[in-house]
Design a protein around this ligand. Structure first.
Ligand code: ADP
Length: 421
């Protein structure tokens, strides 16, 4: 109930404001112990006051933080506490008209199955923060009633880039994050995933989900995130011709194809959704060149999501190893402590600064991990996350495997994967 959520929020804030060290979060209150499953300190963000004084402007703090050698001191921060309960309901599917493939899935957010997804996605370019800032601005503009004829924004995000770079996951994770961040404004949030093929079914054009959301969103106070993989390779194979080519043909006067009708219907629905401040549309595409220009034009944010950089590759592999260590699949550490592997910037510092004393074996292991990240150049995030599994399966003696041997197998497997690209 709201009263209990407020209790937790108050207690959290109190305990956080009493902390004067960099990390610890004291949980000595019996109410918290009984009712709170987990507390995570997520990021510090530039944040706008949206609805009430719960949100704080964090810009100054981020500057301080940088000056403080990346150590965030709690007394410098006004914590924003979000209390939430994960929905365990799972997706609700709906079949398309022909009764075959499901045309969309719906989740109540925040959902259990997306828990931890945001943190697991690693990009170097500040993409995740950019998307959060964007959503905060979009909501603030809507809240303040900025006239869209004077300043226009569409609440449409387009993520494009090669397959396996985490675009789909990022959309879902972003929706989850927004549902938590905006919970004081929108206590309920729904994610609707529209499958690309449904865009081409007759059913879609007749009683399309977009239309449905547009009608519902006007009436209720839920926050709606729509995710759809429009204009992906699947779509184009389905229609044979690319949408861009189809539009060209249509412009030159020939009969409009089905794809043009679909795109036009979609664009019309999207334009209608523009007037609903509580809807955000997230879209992904694998091939940038074939995205319909009319659509590209409508997206406020067009972000290219490319293959992971060296730092991102290192961080992905590090998180994989950390998980294998946690579960005891990698063990047999002898004279070194690898239970906490250094992040990329600490690693760089360790390797470039001979004054930092480190056991030889640890140093060697970290170097090997970096080598593995280097060997994975060109692999997608999806392949990287699979790599430790494939490497484990390739080990001669998978029981109680030696960390160093394991990394050598990871490097070998990465080379094999790359040669098959
Ligand atoms: P896309 O939609 O771009 O094809 P997906 O979202 O389906 O990619 O990604 C598949 C999986 O690959 C994700 O669930 C995630 O585990 C992994 N992955 C991809 N990119 C990254 C990344 N940048 N950081 C961490 N994991 C990633």
């Amino acid at each position: 109930s709201t009263a209990r959520i407020d209790d937790v929020r108050m207690l959290e804030k109190r305990s956080l404001s009493y902390v004067d060290g960099p990390i610890p979060i004291p949980i000595d209150d019996p109410f918290l112990v009984e009712n709170v499953q987990r507390i995570c300190v997520s990021d510090t963000v530039k944040w706008f006051p949206i609805h009430d004084s719960e949100m704080y402007e964090f810009v100054g703090i981020v500057d301080e933080w940088v000056k403080n050698h990346d150590i965030l001191l709690f007394w410098q921060v006004k914590p924003v506490v979000q209390v939430f309960q994960l929905s365990e309901e799972g997706p609700c599917e709906e079949l398309s008209g022909d009764g075959q493939l499901s045309s969309f899935n719906e989740w109540i957010l925040p959902a259990k199955e997306f828990d931890g997804m945001w943190e697991s996605l690693i990009y170097e370019s500040g993409l995740k923060q950019r998307l959060l800032h964007y959503a905060a601005s979009a909501l603030m503009f809507a809240e303040k009633g900025v006239n869209p004829f004077l300043v226009s924004w569409n609440r449409i995000v387009l993520l494009h880039g090669p397959p396996g770079t985490g675009k789909t996951s990022l959309c879902k994770a972003l929706a989850q994050k927004l549902s938590i961040r905006f919970s004081s404004r929108y206590p309920q949030c729904q994610l609707v995933e529209v499958n690309a093929h449904s865009l081409f079914s007759k059913w879609f054009s007749e009683s399309g989900k977009l239309k449905c959301v547009a009608a519902k969103a006007d009436l209720d106070f839920r926050f709606w995130c729509m995710w759809q993989s429009v204009f992906t390779e699947d779509c184009i194979n389905y229609e044979v011709e690319s949408l861009a080519a189809a539009r060209k043909a249509a412009l030159s006067g020939s009969e409009p194809s089905d794809s043009i009708r679909v795109v036009n219907a979609l664009l019309t629905q999207m334009d209608k959704l523009k007037s609903s401040p509580n809807v955000i549309i997230l879209t992904t595409s694998n091939i940038t060149a074939a995205i319909d220009i009319a659509f590209v034009d409508r997206a406020d944010i067009k972000a290219y999501v490319g293959p992971p950089t060296l730092q991102a590759r290192y961080e992905i592999l590090r998180s994989c190893l950390q998980e294998l260590i946690r579960t005891g699949i990698i063990s047999n550490f002898q004279d070194c402590d690898q239970s906490m592997l250094p992040n990329f910037s600490i690693l760089k510092e360790k390797l470039s600064n001979p004054d930092i004393q480190e056991a030889d074996r640890s140093q060697h292991f970290y170097k090997q991990l970096l080598e593995a990240a280097e060997a994975c150049e060109g692999l997608s995030g999806r392949s990287l996350r699979k790599l430790p599994f494939l490497a484990h399966a390739a080990l001669a003696n998978p029981n109680g495997c030696d960390p160093s041997k394991f990394l050598l197998t990871v490097i070998d497997t990465a080379r094999k994967e790359r040669s098959e690209l």
